[in-house]
Ligand binder design. Structure first.
Ligand code: NAD
Length: 254
């Protein structure tokens, strides 16, 4: 794996914004959305609109069925070498932070502290009651779904339950947006991993520093929507590229 061009680009950077998408977690066993095995090949995306979810019990049943049958089994998925290498980069004080589109919590499972991660699309490990705000573990709710409660409601107040992830038509979580903005403002380079960079506004956090002149390294399997902005493009699997890149970068003399 030749990462030397990317090392040259990032060698002087001390505040790299690492931007990650579904592709970084594919080697952990979580399929992306747009691939042949992806979610959109088996379920109608319209049930993932917030208006449908709130008004249509059948849409909620379909969403819970997807979570129960296709959702992440957190006992079985863990961080892969790409997630772990990003922790090394953070510990070497070379990052402004990690902005992720992912909802799997694998950056924190790898060892990044919460404040180093902006989860723009929420986290699937939690479920929230939309009426009283109670927070539950996903697994607890999925046990109810699997036992036949196909549209589970809050046991305390009867409100609608929803995984703590952002559906189409919802605003992004304000705390996470503020964190992502700080990371983008501070960044002196961007490393985008495993994302088509096609989902907005998330992709804007990766592109903002680039518009100011910061270099952009894209590590992805396949093309992205922003390849024309890349200073260097690394084609291949995140689990191979990112560890090789971080190791080479951290072995450079200051
Ligand atoms: P995407 O599905 O649009 O793109 C993923 C990209 O990663 C693709 O270009 C794919 O070819 C590439 N890829 C696949 N395997 C790879 C690998 N091993 N190494 C490097 N690249 C690889 O994903 P996106 O841009 O993140 O947008 C999809 C949306 O779906 C996001 O908003 C995200 O919230 C959500 N999502 C999250 C997860 C997760 O949390 N793990 C999984 C699926 C989808």
């Amino acid at each position: 794996m030749d990462v030397s061009a990317a090392v040259r680009v990032l060698t002087g950077s001390r505040r790299i914004l690492v931007f990650t998408g579904a592709g970084i977690s594919v080697e952990s066993g979580i399929p992306d959305f747009r691939g042949p095995d992806g979610l959109w090949s088996i379920v109608d995306p319209s049930v993932f609109w917030i208006d449908r979810y709130l008004s249509d019990a059948e849409a909620r049943r379909q969403v819970w069925k997807v979570h129960a049958e296709r959702g992440l089994s957190f006992d079985q998925v863990g961080p892969n070498p790409a997630h772990l290498a990003i922790v090394d980069l953070w510990k070497a004080h070379r990052m402004s932070g990690c902005v992720t589109q992912n909802i799997d919590g694998l950056h924190q499972a790898a060892g990044l502290p919460d404040e180093a991660v902006a989860e723009l699309h929420g986290n699937l490990r939690r479920v929230r009651c939309l009426s009283c705000g109670a927070v539950l573990r996903l697994e607890t709710v999925l046990e109810r779904v699997r036992s036949g409660d196909t549209d589970p409601h809050c046991e305390a107040c009867g409100g609608i339950l929803k995984a703590d992830t952002v559906l189409f038509g919802e605003v992004l979580p304000p705390v996470q947006i503020a964190r992502a903005q700080q990371m983008a403002d501070a960044a002196d380079a961007v490393l985008a991993v495993g994302s088509t960079l096609s989902v907005y506004p998330a992709a804007d956090y990766a592109l903002e520093p680039v518009r100011r002149g910061a270099p952009l390294v894209i590590a992805n399997l396949g093309p992205t929507d922003q390849d024309r902005w890349a200073t260097v493009r690394l084609e291949g699997r995140a689990g191979e590229i990112v560890p090789a890149l971080v190791e080479a970068l951290l072995s450079e003399r200051p």
